[in-house]
Write a protein that binds this ligand. Structure first.
Ligand code: NAG
Ligand code: NAG
Ligand code: NAG
Ligand code: NAG
Length: 381
């Protein structure tokens, strides 16, 4: 085996799963040094973007949080070992970037016990972040700084909102830097108007989406699409956190988009929204063609005739995940079912997963990666 030229070996390795490659590290010293080299980790990541993609489906069922790998197009699920989070601990997936996933165990009753983890689901490696100066909040984001050239330049933003005298609300924003393994305080930078409306909503709301909702990572931005009620009017907008500038931005939507709640997702690597059009009772899929130009949202297609369905996001195969609530008399019949919409055939397919609630269900795109979480500060490129 050792007689293989190195470029042939590299080419073979790039086709294999991260799990196999982790095992191959033990074969011999030269394989270990190749498989842990920054050169190979980078080449493998680039190949993964094309070859080794999957979706993580996170949901709570019977009051237990689970995360499974969803393989398109066979619609198969396989379990992942997330025992590091703690026995029976509920968690949410904050986001995923370069094959690394950020998880939070935010518990509004015990914010001081809440933890944040980084996790590589392909290798199983994980790391608990040091506690921030203020407690772990429900308003956290996970992002990546592409400008530094390091593949592991991960950032976590933690926003605590405090009420002060005379209806004054302030935010305490902290940013965690993975390569330095520490938190930095960046102060009261959360958009002030939103600070007030976020705090107004009960912190232990049963709708976590009324905080910021699920995030999407796009370039150097962490993006959310929250919904607010301002003077009895529904307001939706994009909130972006720029991990390079350490600053928040707001972006309005053009008037042609439905004003209702929108579900943010990634479609073919572009920022997209699934918006409910109440006049047609259809969902509309919108794509932002050019980032930062609000006029450049275009409607891709509509999804019709769906009753009691709520979107979760796009699978990497382009199918749309929905949750379907069934009525029984006047009450919702529990549990809630997962349904897949095939854009080509315009058909819905039942999918054998039941969940406790809409807001604890997430679909997060991920890729296989050999980026290590134990060797912060060591990855050079
Ligand atoms: C779910 O578990 C939490 C504790 O983790 C408990 O407080 C709550 O009552 C449980 N809910 C249900 C419906 O069993
Ligand atoms: C999950 O990982 C833990 C710790 O690494 C291990 O003790 C446990 O046996 C694993 N569980 C399963 C089902 O593989
Ligand atoms: C709110 O607090 C900030 C900082 O503590 C202060 O600069 C600002 O003037 C206050 N605004 C009001 C309306 O009191
Ligand atoms: C909803 O769909 C109708 C029919 O396609 C369209 O005319 C309208 O502009 C859409 N948007 C809103 C906000 O109703």
């Amino acid at each position: 085996m050792a007689s293989f030229p190195i470029d042939v070996l590299v080419e073979i390795f790039l086709w294999l799963s991260a799990k196999s490659l982790v095992r191959f590290r033990c074969v011999c010293k030269s394989w270990n040094s190749l498989l842990t080299s920054p050169f190979f980790i980078k080449a493998y990541l680039e190949r993964s973007i094309k070859l080794h993609k999957f979706d993580l489906l996170k949901y709570d069922f019977n009051n237990i949080s689970r995360v499974q790998i969803h393989y398109s197009p066979k619609n198969e699920l396989s379990d992942l070992n997330n025992s590091f989070v703690g026995d029976g601990e509920k968690f949410k997936l904050v986001g995923s970037c370069n094959g690394i996933v950020c998880l939070s165990t935010f518990d509004c009753k015990n914010p001081h016990r809440s933890k944040i983890f980084l996790w590589n689901p392909s290798t199983g490696e994980n790391r608990a972040l040091p506690q921030p100066n203020f407690c772990v909040s429900n308003l956290i984001g996970f992002g990546f700084d592409p400008s530094s050239g390091h593949l592991d330049d991960f950032k976590v933003v933690n926003v605590n909102i405090h009420f002060e005298k005379h209806s004054n609300y302030t935010s305490q924003v902290e940013v965690y830097d993975f390569r330095r393994n520490c938190w930095k305080q960046v102060g009261n930078i959360f958009p002030p108007l939103l600070t007030k409306h976020l705090r107004h909503q009960s912190f232990c709301s049963i709708f976590p989406s009324s905080h910021l909702g699920h995030q999407v990572i796009f370039k150097n931005f962490i993006c959310w699409c929250p919904i607010f009620c301002v003077d009895d009017e529904i307001v939706t907008l994009l909130i972006l956190f720029d991990v390079v500038q350490d600053d928040f931005r707001k972006m309005a939507f053009p008037d042609i988009m439905p004003p209702t709640e929108k579900h943010i997702s990634l479609l073919d690597g572009c920022l997209s929204l699934i918006a409910y059009n109440s006049s047609t009772d259809h969902y509309e899929v919108w794509l932002m063609k050019e980032f930062g130009v609000c006029e450049l949202w275009t409607k891709l297609y509509t999804i019709g005739s769906i009753v009691n369905c709520w979107p979760v996001g796009f699978a990497i195969s382009g199918e749309v995940f929905f949750l379907e609530k069934l009525y029984k008399g006047l009450r919702y019949h529990s549990p809630i079912q997962c349904v897949l919409y095939n854009v080509g055939s315009e058909e819905f397919e039942k999918f054998g997963v039941e969940v406790d609630s809409l807001y604890s269900t997430q679909l997060v795109p991920c890729i296989e990666s050999l980026i290590s979480l134990s060797s912060a500060n060591n990855v050079e490129h």
